[in-house]
Design a protein around this ligand. Structure first.
Ligand SMILES: C[S@@+](CC[C@H](N)C(=O)[O-])C[C@H]1O[C@@H](n2cnc3c(N)ncnc32)[C@H](O)[C@@H]1O
Length: 339
């Protein structure tokens, strides 16, 4: 188990604490709703698969502590080392009940095994990027950033969005923007990006956003409710971080880790993610995949999950009024079946 440590002298750590407080601007979404599915019992083992700034973990640990439930532990996983270091400062008051792991969430089974846990009672994934990542200009997630579009959640490995833009053909860019951004103007946008790139006009995320906006016909640009580059940025970010395949691998791994009665909660922020979670939950809740009129089951598959949220849970008006980022959040919850 690689427990993260926050490096640096006291002054730097103090800066870190201030950063956490500033980054505390990342308000955990649907916190009350998540807590309503958290019914801690002694010895509960929780996996926060997207620790981020530790907001949800803090809420879980506080609820368990306030309820006087002993020995509730949280394993916080994140692929972003910077977020982990800040979360570690935020959650200091709960040590030694919190463990940290720099890893992909699809590799959570190894992290649990390293702790000697034989399963988890509560697993949460709050997908996407944090405000810390979005608001840090040099990470190039934001359309306003005056830095190359990097967009890697883990800056220690992999290709950045700038690498993709500089290496892919217009045809491949079109496929990404169409499939991961569900962008109807993918062809025009990919063409505009590839021309601008060849002319050396994309030096920053802001330049990229401008090129995408310029590819929109003026009428559609004026009528759009969101910035015309939102879908293209989403598509590049999802590709850079392999987000949908990661999610599929995680859902399988997490279901395998849940103890009977354990709960899996996933908060999605766009329809591609939410659809992936919905279909996975349905598949696991249905079990047998034989044709309905088959006299006997020949597939041998049994249901592993019971769905607790028929429709996804959405934030209320009071939450979206104070946290715009929550507006597109959708929470789905399922419970592990078994004796
Ligand atoms: C929306 S933020 C989580 C915020 C957190 N719930 C809080 O309250 O502070 C999502 C976090 O998940 C991390 N993340 C996204 N995909 C991941 C993956 N495949 N494996 C591990 N971490 C991931 C991101 O780096 C980011 O820090």
């Amino acid at each position: 188990m690689r427990n993260m440590t926050v490096e640096g002298n006291a002054g730097e750590r103090n800066n870190g604490a201030q950063t956490v407080r500033r980054a505390g601007l990342h308000v955990p979404v649907l916190e009350d709703e998540v807590l309503s599915f958290f019914e801690p019992a002694p010895g509960f083992r929780c996996l926060d698969a997207t620790l981020g700034l530790g907001g949800h973990s803090e809420a879980l640990l506080r609820k368990a502590r306030d309820a006087g439930v002993p020995d509730v532990q949280v394993l916080g996983v994140d692929r972003d080392a910077e977020s982990l270091a800040l979360a570690q400062i935020r959650l200091e008051a709960f040590a030694p009940a919190v463990h940290f792991r720099h890893s992909l969430f699809s590799e959570c089974a190894g992290a649990l095994a390293d702790l000697g846990w034989d399963g988890a009672d509560f697993v949460l994934a709050d997908l996407g990027v944090s405000s810390l990542q979005l608001d840090c200009p040099e990470r190039g997630f934001s359309m306003k950033a005056d830095a190359p579009p990097d967009m890697r959640m883990d800056r220690s490995r992999g290709k950045s969005a700038a690498d993709l833009i500089n290496s892919l053909s217009a045809r491949d860019l079109r496929g990404i923007i169409r499939d991961c951004g569900e962008e109807p103007l993918a062809g025009r946008i990919a063409g505009a990006i590839s021309t601008a790139r060849d002319e050396g006009r994309i030096r920053s995320a802001r330049d990229l956003a401008g090129v995408v906006a310029g590819a929109y016909p003026p009428g559609r640009r004026a009528a759009a409710r969101r910035h015309p580059a939102v879908r293209t940025f989403q598509a590049l970010r999802m590709t850079v971080n392999d987000e949908l395949d990661e999610l599929r691998r995680f859902l399988r791994a997490a279901t395998g880790l849940l103890r009977p009665g354990g709960r899996l909660l996933v908060i999605a922020f766009h329809s591609l993610e939410d659809r992936t979670v919905k279909h996975f939950f349905r598949e696991q809740a249905d079990g047998c995949r034989c044709p309905r009129d088959a006299p006997v089951c020949s597939c041998g598959l049994t249901a592993t999950l019971r769905i607790l949220t028929g429709k996804p849970v959405r934030p209320g008006a009071s939450e979206t009024a104070v946290n715009r980022r929550a507006a597109s959040a959708r929470l789905r919850v399922a419970e592990r079946l078994g004796a």
